[in-house]
Ligand binder design. Structure first.
Ligand SMILES: C[S@@+](CC[C@H](N)C(=O)[O-])C[C@H]1O[C@@H](n2cnc3c(N)ncnc32)[C@H](O)[C@@H]1O
Length: 281
């Protein structure tokens, strides 16, 4: 039995911890507990609820308004782990400066980052986005179409493993290709199955522990064009230390981190790493 005196002695320590980590606790509540509770109560997954909100509030064919509507949902209803408006500006700026022809996104989720990038790309560019979760992919597919981009969904898995939904009309030139599969399976197949010779812009925004492995996979398969830009989200929170250490020390990249805050949580510091590939020379 803990004596009241000892318990009282710990009280200031506990209060300090609570104050210090209050933003993380709020995030835990909004991103995990609230979502879980709503999933149970409504029987509808969070991403589908977000899409219903976007469908009823956003202007179809207007990518910026669709992104803004997602932002409204995420600020005022439930947290979504999209790249968000603040870091989205960094991605947009770099895309406009580099004007890449072939872009690869790892981690599509609801299609927020995909729409943001597709809107910033020149018309002749191709954007490949990879998502293993069929529920997320199904939402993303609808979001990409709602924004007005030509979209094709293909599965990297054996026929029948995943429903092939919403194939674009035959003969239509596709701007966005949504590949349903895990990055580690899709990357080695990009050239043969998807006709990608090399990519000049990569946006990594999937599981942070996969960043380093997937960067090395892209290198091994010779898929990074000379001077390709690789962006990696969330390198400050939750962080990707092994990835950053490799990028800074392997001699194949020039690396900098753009400081920002976590999507929809201004109080939690985060950042996007920008790598410029020099290893091809
Ligand atoms: C942070 S969200 C992506 C957010 C998105 N880029 C945006 O800005 O809207 C992470 C997504 O990565 C997906 N993911 C997890 N492991 C993956 C993998 N191995 N390859 C590709 N995507 C993966 C998850 O299913 C999830 O939908």
């Amino acid at each position: 039995m803990v004596s009241p005196a000892i318990a009282l002695a710990f009280l200031p320590f506990l209060i300090t911890l609570l104050i210090r980590y209050r933003h993380y606790l709020v995030l835990l509540y909004r991103a995990v507990l609230l979502g879980w509770l709503q999933d149970r109560l409504t029987g509808v997954p969070r991403e589908q609820r977000a899409f219903q909100y976007v469908l009823t509030h956003a202007i179809p064919g207007d990518p910026q308004h669709i992104l803004h509507t997602f932002d409204q949902w995420s600020y005022h209803c439930e947290h979504l782990s999209c790249v968000g408006p603040l870091k989205g500006k960094i991605v947009e700026k770099l895309l406009c400066e580099r004007a890449p022809r072939t872009v690869l996104e790892l981690g599509t989720y609801c299609g927020y980052g995909t729409v943001l990038m597709a809107a910033a790309l020149p018309p002749a560019a191709r954007l490949y986005t990879v998502e293993p979760n069929p529920q997320h992919a199904s939402v993303a597919e609808k979001v990409i179409r709602l924004a007005g981009f030509d979209e094709q969904t293909v599965s990297s898995w054996p026929a029948g493993a995943v429903p092939r939904q919403g194939r674009g009309a035959e003969g239509v030139s596709m701007q966005v290709e949504l590949i349903v599969g895990h990055s580690e399976e899709v990357i080695p197949q990009l050239r043969e199955q998807h006709g990608v010779q090399s990519v000049d812009f990569v946006f990594m925004d999937h599981w942070k522990r996969c960043y380093l492995r997937d960067l090395q996979l892209l290198e091994e398969h010779g898929l990074l064009a000379d001077r390709a830009t690789v962006l990696a989200d969330n390198v400050v929170f939750p962080g990707a230390p092994h990835f950053l250490q490799y990028a800074k020390t392997c001699g194949k990249y020039r690396c900098r981190v753009h400081r920002a805050s976590l999507e929809y949580c201004r109080a939690i510091p985060d950042g996007i790493a920008e790598l410029c590939y020099t290893g091809a020379r």
